[in-house]
Ligand binder design. Sequence first.
Ligand code: A3P
Length: 295
Amino acid sequence: MDNTDTYLFNFKGFYFVRSLVNVDLLKNIDDFEIRDDDVFIITYPKSGTIWTQQILSLIYFEGHRNRTEIVDTSDRVPFLEYNIGKVDNYRRPSPRLFASHLPYYLAPKGLKNKKAKIIYIYRNPKDVLISYFHFSNLMALLEATDNLEHFMKRFLDGKVYGNLWFDHIRAWYEHRSELNILFMMYEEMKKDLRSSVLKISSFLEKELSDEDVEAIVKQATFQNMKFDPQVNYQHLLKHEWGTRTNEGDFLRKGTVGDWKHHLTVEQNERFDRIFQKKMKDFPLKFIWDINEEEN
Ligand code: A3P
């Protein structure tokens, strides 16, 4: 049975999480007033959003870096298209940091004249698929599937929150010349977090001392984030959104190549065929395993 409409809300062709949606907010998002110094993290779900929220928050807030101010990253870098944090998303002092899963065509018009800075994080889609499969089974607001094959079909049909992975990355990439955008790869961040932090801060024109960089890198590791209640979304997930089981976290494994432990040879070959067809001529490279060279 197709339960898509039970869990998802279709707004102008894009699926949102039904229970979190605020239709009035979505209707106005096109005209949302962008400030020059706004910063956006744009991702397809499960690509490293909360990781980058943490990095940005650490870069911008000294009180976060030195742990003198305890504020959740979901409030420091709230979602543009949902009102899920405790703060008023929009009426914050500059610079406002936002996260978003919006597709290019629904993004505020003001972004499309290079006003604000955008960091687009992308991750190899087989790991996205596996991460998403586990997360959908854990989070009560998303539809659970009894096996990976079912979820893979939904993912490849774009019947998930975020629609088709292929369309999301393609559209943002193809419009890059209209945007002030930096593309960052999850796997590169994993391979060399320090260089990634420096790349992000240089794009944001934020000067950091060596000490600051050390503090950011230390607090943005998977191990550190997993056990830090300010950043691990555990409270939101367990107490506000709800989970189907007590086992499982938002920060699940945080590795590259976990798909190898889940996909059958046939599933993997099918995925490869679709990937090659859809991403033909797409210039960004992907890393499928941390021990492999790019291909
Ligand atoms: P896994 O499910 O593979 O572990 P998003 O925030 O976009 O929903 O992405 C979630 C994925 O990013 C999860 O992947 C999560 O573990 C991973 N992640 C979060 N913080 C991370 C970190 N500091 N290092 C590596 N991966 C991280």
